[in-house]
Structure formats: C-alpha cells, structure tokens
Design a protein around this ligand. Structure first.
Ligand SMILES: [Ca+2]
Ligand SMILES: [Ca+2]
Ligand SMILES: [Ca+2]
Length: 690
C-alpha cells in the first residue's frame, strides 16, 4: 500500500514563503501530499442492495474497520456518514478508511473533512470589561440637509455635543440611531468621533424620522455604548425621483401615455407636477402638464411614433426619466472591486442585465442575518450543521438557516467574535440596489442561505448534503428544495492538507466530487474559494474537488493577494482556475477611503448573537468566490439553460490580464489562474452568442 510521506518539510516551508514554488519536482503528484488536518469521521458508499445495518445490529463494515463508528446522516446518493466520537488526525482516519475499504460490501470510503471559512479573521477578540457607560450626548439637533448635487437623496444633518460624564474612559465613536416608527424600533449606524453626522442613506423623503445618539467609550481594550441622547424628529424632502414610463418612452398610437404612480417618497415628500413632451421627426412637438400619472395630448398626428420625455418637478427641483442604470447605493463608490482598473468591469455588464429573480444562488456558509440590503433578496434555505454543539442553535439539521453567531472561546481562553461570514458573502453576490448601503454584483438575483458551517467550521458530510439539497437533489429526511439554485458558492477551505480524492479509489471521484458532479448534471455551476494560506491550492478542500470553478484572490493593483492560495507547477489540474478581487490589506494605497484594500459588504455588529445590521470590510478568497458567483448568476439570467462548461468557457475567454510584471502575470504556470474575471466581457460575449 502506498504511504504518504516525503514532502512534509517542503509543505511547512511553503506556508511562510512562496519563493520555494519554482523548483517543482517531476515526481510530485497528489499522492505525495501528506494530509495534516483532522477528520470528523468517514463517508461510506455501500454497494447496490447492501443493508447499512448488518444482522448483528452493528453498522455494516464497522467490524472490518475494528473501530466503533456511530452512524450519522444519510446524505443522498447512497452515501452515509460514520462519525468518530472525537475528531481524529486525518492520517489515522485514512488507516481506518483503508481497513473499511476491504469490506466487500463497501463501494468506497471518503474522509469527512473539517474545514473553516476561507476569509481572514479581522477585528479583535477583546473581552468586555465592566466600564461605566457615558452619559447622554447633549444638544442634539437635526436639519434637512437637502443637497442639489444629489437631489433625490433624502438627507438629514445631525449635530450634538459630547456627553458630560465619561467616567475615565475616552470617546472612540458615536452610534447614531434612527427610527421610522416613532421610536418603536431603532436601527443603529456606527460613526467616527466627529460631533456631527449627515445621514443620506436609508431615509425616504416625506417620512417622519426620529434620531438619537450614543457615545461609545473605550477603556484599554474594552468598549461600551453610552446612554442615548434626547430624541429629535425630522421629515426630509427631496426633488422627485425619475418617473417610470409604463410602456417605455415611445408613444406608438397611444395618445394618452401614462406612467407609474409615484409614492410620496418618490415624489420627494412634496407635491409634484409632470411635464410630458411628445416629439417626432419633422413634426411639431406637443407638451402636456399634469399632477396625475397620465396626460391627454392634443394635436398629435395619428399613426406616428412619438418619443416621450417626462420631467417631474417639485419645489426642490426637477428630474427627468432616465433609462441608463446607475446605482444610487450610498457606498457604491467604495466598491472598487466592481469598477476599478483591476475590478470586474461590472458597469458594462449592467447595461444589459442586473440579474433575474428566477436565478437563485445558494450560499453554503454560516447562515444569514436580517439586513435591509438582504431581506428582500432571499428565498428559503436550510441548516445542515449536524453537530449540536457547533451549530449554536441547539439542534442539528433544521429548516432555519439564520446565523445564530459562531462565537467561541479559543484554547487560550480568548473570546472570538462571531464572523457573520455568510452575511458578508451574500451581500457581495446580491445586496439590493436600493439606494442604501452597497449593491451586489447581481442585485436582481436571489440568495438561498444554506448553513454548512457553525462554530469553528464544518464537515464535508454536511457540505455534501448542502450541495445535494441546493441543487434540488434528494437528501433523506429533508424536503426537496422548492427553489433549486443555479449557482452554488462555497467560501471555505482547510488550513491543513486535505485531499478531495479518495484513498484507494484509483482516481475515482470522492464523495464530494460525486455531489459536485451530480449538481453539475442538474444544471448547476459550483464556485469555490481557493483558500487563504498562501500555499498550494491542492491542499485546500473543497476548492481542490472537481468540478468547481476554484477562485483565487487579487488586490486593488491586480496581483495575487498575499494570502491567496495558488497553483503549483505540475499541479495536475488542481489549482486556481481564475482570480477575482478578494481584497488585499497590503495593497491599499489607491483604494477608496476606509476600505483598506478590502471588500465592503453586509455585516452585523453583534459580538456573539446577532445585533444590528451594518457594513464591514473583509478580505479573503471567501470574498473573491462570491464575485465570480454573482457574474455567473448574470450569465444564467441571460441564458437560463447555460451549463457549467459553457459558463466556464465564457469566463475564461473574457478575463482581464493581471498587473503587468506582477507575480500572477509573470508566472508561467498559471499561478493565479487564467486571469481576472470580467463581468462586462462575459455578459457581452454571451449576448453575442445568442
Ligand atoms: Ca440547527
Ligand atoms: Ca438553524
Ligand atoms: Ca443597497
């Protein structure tokens, strides 16, 4: 039997230095890799007709393995998990798997790998000390901050004075809270240390808002929010938003055009007058003024096509009907990965589509939290975290994929804050284009949150069930997915060496590979993160499984992000397929303010359990993979029957080049994959093929 020895020293060196990658040895192959992670158990596939429980009541095959195996879940496709009581080193798990493989009733055995979220952990883990909250901030005032430069954005300027009492701590920021329900519920926004804040997101003209402010004080590493200031109220107004013509802007034989009735917010909170102008080449134009949503023209020639222009006016200003899409989300200018030189050229793609509501992207991750940029973007998902401790929701598999937080106390006793990883990933794909916050790559597609990671990661058995379910395939004991996904995003990886292929299987697909292949056959394209350990992408599961599009991360300047795994020479097809911006905090000189070279997306401010919705920057191949998933979702929106292979062909033919002279560009072995994904190029190529 082949043993797995010989390159351990090389592997260790690679983690800290990529300088060693050039001298590839001809003898390197997957079977040389020494696996170094832990395994939660095994995944067993029985031969056709074999009962999984033998006549003696023991699990079939456990005697051959000479170990006690606890049977866990049926995963679909005749796959079953057999769990170890405690995690075992993968090398030990392999020995057990090899013994079990000798049982003639067993078709094959896979390792049930452990993996974790493939983004870097950012933020500290300081425990809250018992410091005293500051007193209320003083003299809070609110005025309408209408700005002619952004005439349809409702804006309120708040000013206040510092609290009287800080109890020895220092102010490190303020939390502004607003309410559209007369103070019944409040939404918090974290601010800097300035004694003012102009709020121009999340507000609708014509609505009465309440505002209050809390000081955040910090003593050493401990922070505390102070008591709230007195409440002030304000009803902002704006110029009207552009009216939407019901039938486009061409009048054929209809001489009484209408447009969609505007809401109070769309009217800027004020009475609006509409001026419609109908024009046709060589004929006099006609105008019509009204306060309703229809106009009766006189003097038009019958049977002529007129072009209609529509202007809405109130006391704040005027806005014309526009057809070209420009996102009005407050933080769009911070989303450099969408439009910068080494971004994904998304504005070109958006000329044609921002996605279709019939396309679902499954986010196999830590779950989801309530967020005003995501709540409108969801279809129902599922929770496949089987381990009742790791799940943090008190049970195993269940129908509720909400993220209860994955906080934990590490082995040194430090509190590790919840990552809200699934919330961040989901926003990159499909945050709503709604004037607030950010916009996703494909804001008109829908997200299916599927929990596959809990505290400290997940297991491949749960991931396999999640893949099968997301793709609409059957998973025993779970209702069929009513809205199967077309795209599956897997932003996760392993720190140790975890090989996807099976032991003693002669290159046959492993259980994860089987699930991915079945998903592909069901019309699904699966996207994976290549991992964040600055090492050979062959080592990181599930990105090293086939078939997925395995994504590496680039930074603002278009070269490999420092942490991103990469393709080794002679990697035998297991490596990084393509790169996408995932952020690089060591490459931030030209990035928009406060992004620190990273990607801004939806987040939650709770340290353990979910708190209030917010936004945060993160970096990782976890952030790069959903960029690709969003683009692939745009392709499905244009061509619902597109296949995995067709989508890959489109992506690979349209990539942008890496930064000239950089590591990715000068590598002769496709270190960072074929190039940087290009949304505009991909959408235009697909449309040209239709
Ligand atoms: Ca659960
Ligand atoms: Ca749950
Ligand atoms: Ca938004």
């Amino acid at each position: 039997m082949k043993r797995f020895r010989g390159v351990a020293a090389l592997l260790l060196a690679l983690v800290s230095s990529i300088g060693l990658i050039a001298p590839a040895t001809a003898s390197q192959s997957n079977s040389d890799l020494v696996e170094t992670g832990t395994a939660a158990g095994l995944i067993i596939k029985y031969r056709e007709g074999v009962d999984t429980v033998a006549a003696d009541g023991l699990a079939t095959g456990s005697n051959a393995a000479k170990v006690a195996l606890t049977f866990g879940h049926a995963l679909g496709d005749n796959l079953f998990t057999a769990d170890f009581t405690d995690n075992l080193p993968i090398t030990q798990a392999r020995d057990i798997a090899e013994a079990l493989q000798q049982d003639p009733r067993v078709e094959f055995v896979s390792i049930n790998h452990n993996f974790s979220a493939a983004s870097l952990s950012v933020g500290g883990s300081a425990a809250l000390a018992a410091i005293k909250a500051a007193s209320a901030v003083q003299s809070l005032k609110a005025v309408d901050a209408f700005n002619k430069a952004t005439p349809t954005t409702a804006s309120v300027r708040l000013t206040w004075k510092a609290p009287k009492s800080l109890f020895g701590a220092k102010v490190t920021g303020y939390i502004v809270e607003y309410s559209s329900t007369n103070g019944t519920s409040w939404t918090a926004i974290k601010r800097g240390t300035a004694l003012s804040y102009t709020m121009n997101t999340a507000l609708e003209a014509g609505t009465k808002y309440s505002f209050r402010v809390k000081a955040v004080t910090t003593l050493k590493t401990a922070s505390k929010a102070g008591t709230a200031s007195a409440v002030v109220t304000m009803r902002p107004t704006t110029a009207p938003q552009a009216p939407i013509l019901a039938g486009g802007n061409v009048v054929t034989s209809v001489l009484n055009p209408s447009w969609i009735q505007q809401s109070l917010a769309q009217q800027g909170g004020l009475p609006v007058t509409y001026l419609a102008t109908a024009s046709a080449e060589g004929l006099p134009s006609a105008t019509c003024t009204t306060i309703s949503n229809t106009c009766a023209f006189t003097g038009l020639s019958a049977g002529v096509n007129y072009k209609l222009a529509l202007v809405a006016t109130n006391t704040r200003g005027s806005t014309s009907a526009v057809t070209e899409f420009k996102p009005a989300d407050e933080y769009y200018s911070s989303q450099w990965h969408l439009f910068a030189e080494y971004g994904i050229n998304l504005p070109t793609a958006w000329k044609y589509t921002r996605g279709s509501k019939s396309v679902v992207v499954a986010v196999l991750d830590s779950g989801i939290t309530s967020h005003p940029d995501l709540d409108s973007q969801l279809v129902s998902g599922y929770d496949f975290v089987s381990n009742k401790t790791r799940s943090n929701d008190g049970d195993g598999w269940d129908a509720d994929p909400s993220d209860p937080g994955d906080f934990y106390t590490d082995s040194r006793g430090n509190f590790v804050e919840s990552s809200w990883h699934g919330t961040h990933v989901a926003g990159i794909i499909a945050a709503a284009s709604n004037t607030i916050g950010i916009t996703g790559v494909a804001p008109n597609v829908l997200i299916q949150p599927v929990r596959a990671m809990g505290t400290d990661g997940g297991t491949s058995a749960d991931l396999i069930a999640a893949i099968n379910w997301a793709a609409g395939l059957s998973v025993p004991g779970v209702p069929i997915n009513p809205t199967p996904a077309k795209v599956i995003n897997m932003s996760m990886g392993t720190s140790g060496v975890s090989i996807c292929d099976d032991i003693a299987s002669g290159g046959r697909l492993g259980s994860t590979g089987q699930a991915l292949k079945a998903a592909k056959a069901a019309g699904v394209t699966s996207i994976s993160a290549a991992g964040n350990f600055n090492t050979d992408a062959r080592y990181s599961y599930p990105g090293n499984c086939f078939p997925t599009i395995n994504v590496g991360a680039t930074g603002f300047s278009g070269d490999r992000a420092w942490y991103s795994n990469y393709t080794m020479p002679n990697a035998q097809g297991v490596g990084v397929d393509i790169s996408a911006p995932g952020g690089d905090d060591r490459d931030q000189s030209q990035t928009p303010a406060k992004t620190e070279g990273q990607l801004l997306s939806t987040f939650n401010d709770g340290q353990s359990k979910p708190g209030s919705p917010t936004y945060a920057i993160e970096e990782g191949t976890s952030m790069a993979a959903p960029v690709v998933s969003g683009i692939v979702a745009l392709l499905y929106s244009i061509k619902p029957t597109i296949t995995f292979d067709e989508a890959w062909a489109i992506l690979s033919k349209t990539v942008k080049p890496f930064k000239p002279g950089g590591q990715c560009a000068t590598s002769t072995t496709g270190m960072c994959g074929i190039g940087i994904v290009n949304a505009g190029g991909a959408v235009e190529l697909l449309l040209s093929q239709k």
